[in-house]
Design a protein around this ligand. Structure first.
Ligand SMILES: NC(=O)c1ccc[n+]([C@@H]2O[C@H](COP(=O)([O-])OP(=O)(O)OC[C@H]3O[C@@H](n4cnc5c(N)ncnc54)[C@H](OP(=O)(O)O)[C@@H]3O)[C@@H](O)[C@H]2O)c1
Length: 332
């Protein structure tokens, strides 16, 4: 067949029509996926008298979670890295909810020193802690980063910081029982494995390490739930759905253009994305439920890869070394 025939106007029109049809089908499938899974927290649980910590509460799902918990009357501690955006979010949350018990505290989860400082100040100021929401998350595409403490940034922020923070706040959670720990993970965990002998993969590709960190979040949540059996502290993890939030901000140009368009057109809003976190933090029906994974406010099955208790145990021991857990720190 000659190039002239291939480039004929009829064929080009046909190819354009076929491409449009394929794009329309893909767009409809995405829209359907996004709308099918819009679970809503139906609990009207009152949170007055309760103290909650939400990490990364200055934007996205975390901000919506903090707002809803404030509306329900809880004292909300927004644990944030960026104090400027956090203070703006705090003002907005306090104004919208009418709850003045909303406070901001500085926390950089990639720094174990910052985690220790945050936990110490919290233990000094609070008599109780009813809910700890590990929401903060960091994703990068290509640029490799290692912290001053020698930790790979994605894993440090998404997993090691929350691991240490949980240890340093566990006594407060136990003395406030029944209390809850909520871990915001992701279905993307299925795209990665977890090498428990290398939990600080400084040479790994950051985009892939985001998946690894979300895989680690689930291994962590399940092992934590096993270790906290019969303490009155429950632990559950979740996938919030695909959300139009700033988590995509580090996708480089020009890849960011289609990502932004797809997120705007087809992903959930942060308010919709916060529903499962809120459900796990407040719902009475989840009293005593622990070690489960949720999506759209319903329990979902996990892959065998994250459920292996031997892997969980090894992961725990390696993590204790990595975050330099001290002899006199609480052990779980
Ligand atoms: N968006 C999605 O489609 C999606 C899907 C599955 C799971 N998730 C998970 O949902 C959670 C919330 O993400 P989002 O979508 O709401 O994104 P987001 O708007 O970017 O929120 C992420 C939050 O984490 C904070 N954070 C990042 N690095 C931090 C650090 N070193 N120390 C303390 N806080 C830090 C950010 O603070 P700064 O403003 O200072 O950066 C921000 O408040 C994350 O765990 C994410 O992995 C999201």
């Amino acid at each position: 067949m000659s190039w002239q025939v291939l480039a004929s106007p009829e064929l080009l029109v046909l190819a354009a029509a076929a491409l449009t049809a394929v794009l329309l089908v893909l767009a409809s499938a995405l829209k359907l996926y996004a709308s099918v899974g819009k679970g809503k927290c139906t609990s009207s649980a009152d949170m007055r008298g309760k103290v909650v910590v939400v990490t990364g509460a200055n934007s996205g799902i975390g901000k919506e979670t903090a707002l809803e918990l404030a509306k329900r009357g809880a004292k909300v501690i927004m644990a944030c890295r960026n104090m400027e955006t956090a203070e703006k979010a705090r003002e907005e949350i306090a104004r919208t909810s009418g709850n003045q018990q909303v406070v901001v505290r500085q926390l950089d989860l990639s720094s174990m020193q910052s985690v220790r400082g945050f936990a110490e100040a919290l233990r000094r100021s609070e008599q109780r802690l009813d809910v700890l929401v590990h929401n903060a998350g960091y994703a990068n595409t290509f640029s490799k980063q290692v912290t001053g403490e020698g930790l790979e940034v994605t894993m440090a922020t998404n997993q090691h910081g929350p691991f240490l923070l949980t240890h340093l706040l566990i006594d407060l959670l136990k003395s406030s029982a029944p209390s809850r720990i909520v871990v915001v993970a992701s279905e993307l965990y299925r795209l990665a494995g977890l090498d428990v002998a290398n939990l600080n993969p400084v040479r790994g590709l950051p985009a892939y390490l985001y998946y690894v960190s979300k895989h680690a979040n689930i291994v962590f949540a399940l092992e934590l739930a096993r270790r906290l059996q019969n303490t009155g502290v429950t632990v559950n993890c979740l996938h919030p759905g695909m959300i139009d939030s700033s988590i995509w901000r580090n996708v480089p140009f020009p890849l960011n253009l289609p990502v932004k368009a797809i997120a705007k057109g087809f992903f959930k809003t942060p308010k919709e994305g916060a529903q499962t976190t809120i459900h796990l933090a407040v719902s009475e029906e989840l009293e005593g439920v622990t070690g489960k994974y949720f999506m759209d406010c319903k329990e979902h099955q996990l892959s065998d890869a994250v459920k292996d208790p031997n892997k969980g145990k090894k992961f725990w021991e390696e993590s204790e070394l990595l975050v330099k857990l001290k002899e006199d720190d609480p052990h779980i």
